[in-house]
Design a protein around this ligand. Structure first.
Ligand code: ARG
Length: 578
């Protein structure tokens, strides 16, 4: 049951009965302060403008028509015409009761499941994964989990960069290292160092550079020896990213990789299709699409090169092929791209040309969900002290070891083994949550202290709230009575009960808008309301009536389940104790 939807419908009916055209929105949303009720309807102001009347008077007319006797305890008009709705605790208790009797607490699968392709993580395999890949990987994975939870068919596409001129120098260097009797695995143990060494030789040694260029050509023409070196390189690089995915608790596997090279054979056909439709022109030997849709202020169309003058293809050509594949072979209803905001123009070009060329069907939704940059304390993009890129593997190891020290300093009862496991969940959870909890489109400053704090909107705080509930259950000697009626007598119980009922609306919104911070905010509010409830409403104290205790234990259980579900959708694990 979605309360907001129900209230929207009722308010809309009342608005129509009060003579407001049905194009006016009731604008119902949860109130952000208890004195404004549980929900507020703010549509009277806009409607009054439309009808040409006083908003407060109109609000009164709407309230007179409003049929909420069964669900509200109080309806008031405030300020210029806000309608504040206080829900009836009895009704809320019934709703909670009903939700708890259903599987997944009444979170139903969507009625019209879609096929959703999600392009995320997508590192360049020439180098080791660095912090620049963190955001795409964890935000994309959260959306994949959430849409799957809703019942959609999710197809993960890890569009890794495994093709291009850099690979000539990399395989030439690999050839020399293995000829010197070094195992490829050993030579490539540190991809970053390997890349730098290859680049150094490429810059300093003209013979090597020439061989590297020759290998690029050979690779593209399918030379077996070059392909086999390339394949070795790719396999080891992919294994590196798989380790990261595992440590990060990210659901991507090898099967989700559909690399740039997978589209190689499609590229000539893409150019042909564009030519046949008259969508590209030759310009200084290159094939260029001039996009009027993205023209500048003077009306000059935006040029987009799809084939270089030498015949080579580009990043954008591959993306056009990927759109076509995802539409015509994967039958996507929606394609979500989690890519850095700096690629916004690239995505616009790809989407625009894909539509014109029919690579994307008109009914398929193409969505670039950009994100900002992860910054260091100095306000500049996050780097090592020496100014180098931070390897993701090292960052994550540091997170785990910091969490471990934190646990040790707090004096945990866990065995060493259990402590290490918990430290992993806390450390990784903290890094992921700190990212997911920020508005995606903003830059944010990476800070160890704040993300690992047990106070505030952090993963450790939520994980702690979860363990706190588990510790209550360890003190209960009898199983929780699942038939005990839910009582919402105290305001803290009402607030908690209402919050528990709002998860579905939040999930719906995140699914539509791809802003995971909305779910983080929800979980943080839920945990905070739980803590207030726990302070004010004794549970196990001997003077608490059995019926209240049983109801409160059920609320505890529901809170723990909701926290675990919500965190799991974000790819964050909980633990029984810490
Ligand atoms: N490999 C690219 C990079 O590291 C990201 C690819 C994103 N996906 C895409 N379909 N273009 O910048």
């Amino acid at each position: 049951m979605k309360i907001r939807e129900l209230l929207s419908n009722r308010v809309q009916e009342a608005m129509i009965a009060a003579g407001v055209p049905d194009s006016c929105s009731p604008m119902v949303s949860p109130s952000n302060r208890p004195q404004f009720g549980d929900y507020q309807a703010n549509g009277s102001m806009a409607a009054a403008k439309q009808v040409g009347t006083n908003p407060r008077e109109l609000a009164q007319r709407i309230v007179d028509q409003l049929q909420l006797e069964d669900i509200a305890s109080k309806v008031e008009i405030a300020g210029p015409g806000f309608i504040n709705i206080h829900l009836s605790p009895t009704w809320l208790a019934q709703l909670v009761e009903h939700a708890l009797r259903q599987p997944r607490m009444g979170l139903n699968a969507v009625q019209n499941p879609q096929t959703v392709v999600i392009d995320y993580s997508s590192p360049n395999l020439a180098k080791e994964m660095h912090v620049g890949h963190l955001r795409s990987t964890i935000i994309g994975d959260a959306l994949a989990r959430l849409l799957e939870f809703q019942g959609h068919k999710v197809i993960r596409q890890n569009h890794v960069g495994d093709w291009g001129t850099q690979f000539g120098m990399l395989i030439a260097h690999l050839e020399d290292q293995t000829a010197a009797n070094q195992l490829a695995e050993v030579a490539l143990a540190d991809l970053e160092t390997f890349y730098r060494a290859a680049k150094q030789r490429f810059d300093d040694d003209t013979a090597f550079a020439e061989r590297a260029r020759d290998y690029v050509v050979k690779l593209q023409s399918g030379d077996a020896r070059c392909l086999s070196l390339w394949q070795q390189f790719i396999d080891i690089s992919v294994a590196h990213s798989e380790e990261i995915y595992q440590l990060l608790n990210v659901t991507l596997t090898r099967r989700d990789i559909r690399a740039e090279s997978a589209y190689n054979d499609d590229l000539p056909g893409i150019i042909e299709a564009l030519q046949q439709q008259g969508l590209v022109q030759e310009d200084q030997g290159a094939q260029v699409a001039f996009l009027q849709e993205l023209a500048d202020k003077e009306g000059n169309p935006l040029p987009m090169i799809v084939q270089k003058s030498g015949g080579g293809y580009l990043y954008s050509t591959t993306d056009l092929a990927a759109v076509r594949y995802r539409n015509h072979q994967l039958f996507a209803d929606r394609i979500l791209y989690f890519i850095d905001a700096r690629q916004s123009l690239h995505m616009k070009q790809v989407f625009t040309l894909s539509r014109k060329a029919g690579f994307a069907k008109p009914e398929c939704s193409l969505e670039h969900h950009p994100f900002g940059t992860m910054m260091g304390e100095d306000g500049k993009p996050f780097k090592t002290r020496a100014g180098g890129t931070v390897k993701l593997a090292e960052l994550l190891e540091e997170a785990v070891s910091r969490a471990d020290q934190l646990l040790a300093s707090k004096g945990t009862e866990l065995t060493d083994d259990a402590r290490r496991q918990v430290a992993r969940k806390i450390g990784i959870g903290a890094v992921k949550y700190a990212d997911l909890a920020k508005t995606r489109t903003n830059d944010y400053v990476f800070n160890w202290e704040s993300m690992l704090s047990f106070e505030g909107n952090t993963a450790p705080y939520l994980q702690y709230a979860y363990t706190r509930i588990q510790s209550i259950f360890r003190k209960v000697d009898q199983p929780v009575d699942a038939d005990a009626p839910i009582e919402l007598a105290e305001p803290q119980e009402q607030a908690l009960g209402l919050k528990l009922l709002q998860l579905e609306e939040v999930i719906d919104q995140v699914a539509r808008e791809a802003y995971p911070h909305l779910l983080c905010n929800y979980l943080y509010e839920l945990a905070s309301l739980f803590m207030k409830f726990y302070e004010h409403c004794p549970i196990l104290r001997s003077d608490v009536p059995a019926a209240s205790r049983a109801s409160r234990l059920r609320l505890c259980q529901a809170t723990a389940d909701t926290l675990a579900t919500g965190l799991d959708l974000l790819g964050i694990e909980v633990m029984e104790r810490m």
